[in-house]
Design a protein around this ligand. Structure first.
Ligand code: NDP
Ligand code: X2W
Length: 345
């Protein structure tokens, strides 16, 4: 049984990690860390955990890298941007396995991080020791795993076959992404007040979203012809879910049938990516509560435009689920361990 520590336990993705690891046959949460919640028993902090004996006596502790490395086999960072950049050094220097859900190690160029996150980056030498691991495509090569962002995950899975098989006009790509409120974390802000968000849709961070550079970096690794993409994010009044609509013009001579074949082939062995080629367009309810990414495709003969609809649960595939998929890779567990979840019906 692998022993797991979680930093940032009281946040949305920290608690989602706990929920998913509860069902994992080969991993158990042995320690949890926070700041404002230090000293609290998890069962007092989250009363609905009370009857789970494993967590009733788990107490939130102050961060200690040496304690984590002495007692656990892997640690998850489920902390806001800026924390892992500060805390990760000891783990990286010791080669201790980490899965970092924050954006701190997703961009290897410190100047790019500082531009998009508006805060100091970690040192370039440390950034180079982190691996950006999009679980359905990449295998970890280094012990420090940087888990992709929620929007980035949905967008990259939506676009991968088009870039890898060189099927589109790269100056035509438009990504319109929408997220539920849990994507913003538990801290309250004006935009996440119930009265502001309920029965409303708001576009935000137009052309400035911090996931744009990690998306483009990854697309470039797949396709040299990659150009900047048009990427927009909106807040929708649901708790969980990311809904990404992607539009692109096909390259001259490329047919819709070729596109469909490319999606089928790319994801033939990916249990967690389900492609619908019969015209079915997935919705959020298809994936909420699960680690699945559902993709639907359509083509307009009049405008020669391809539409790709991609949905994920931001807290599962977009955060804790993909992080556990990556942990499963680190320990050579079955990729489905702890993650074979049926959607909430
Ligand atoms: N929500 C989502 O859908 C997704 C989130 N992410 C990323 O994952 C990370 C966590 O997100 P999310 O769960 O939404 O965030 P939340 O704001 O919900 O929770 C963050 C938690 O981090 C804890 N924390 C803050 N500072 C420290 C610290 N110095 N040491 C230990 N714990 C600390 C806080 O607990 P305390 O008050 O005890 O300090 C808080 O509970 C973020 O980087 C986010 O961008 C990535 C993909 C999707
Ligand atoms: C709805 C909402 O506000 N979502 C957040 C996603 C936060 C996130 O996951 O950001 P990192 O992955 O870069 O840490 C946002 O758009 O900033």
């Amino acid at each position: 049984m692998k022993k797991i520590a979680i930093i940032g336990i009281s946040g949305y993705s920290g608690l989602e990690l706990l929920r998913l690891l509860h069902g994992h046959p080969d991993a158990e949460v042995i320690s949890v860390y926070g700041t404002s919640t230090i000293g609290s028993k998890l069962a007092d902090l989250v009363p609905k955990l009370r009857q789970f004996k494993a967590y009733a006596n788990l107490t939130v502790k102050a961060f200690s890298a040496s304690e984590i490395m002495a007692t656990a086999d892997l640690v998850f960072f489920a902390t806001p941007a800026g924390i892992a950049a500060d805390y990760a050094t000891d783990f990286i220097q010791a080669g201790f396995p980490v899965v970092d859900l924050s954006g701190d190690f997703r961009l290897q160029d410190p100047a790019q991080y500082e531009k998009w996150y508006g805060r100091p980056a970690s040192h370039a030498d440390l950034l180079a020791k982190a691996d950006y691991v999009l679980a359905d495509f990449d295998k970890p090569r280094q012990p420090y795993i940087s888990n992709p962002g929620c929007y980035a995950t949905a967008t990259l899975l939506s676009l991968a076959p088009l870039y890898q098989a060189d099927l589109i006009q790269y100056d035509s790509v438009i990504v319109d992404a929408k997220s539920g409120l849990s994507g913003a974390g538990k801290k309250l802000s004006d935009s996440s007040h119930f009265v502001t968000a309920n029965e409303n849709v708001t576009m935000y961070k137009l052309n400035q979203h911090q996931h744009i550079p990690e998306i483009v970096n990854k697309l470039k690794s797949w396709q040299d012809k990659t150009l900047p993409i048009q990427f927009t994010t909106s807040l929708i009044p649901v708790n969980r879910g990311i809904f990404v609509s992607t539009y692109a013009k096909l390259a001259p001579g490329v047919s819709f049938e070729q596109v469909v074949a490319a999606y089928e082939q790319t994801y033939a062995d990916s249990y967690f990516v389900r492609v619908f080629t019969d015209g079915h367009l997935p919705d959020l309810h298809s994936v909420v509560g699960t680690n699945f990414t559902d993709i639907g495709l359509g083509y307009n003969d009049l405008t020669h435009t391809l539409t790709v609809v991609t949905v994920i649960d931001n807290l599962v595939k977009g955060a804790a689920g993909q992080a556990i998929q990556n942990m499963n890779q680190v320990f050579n567990f079955d990729e489905k361990s702890g993650l074979d979840l049926v959607p909430i019906l």
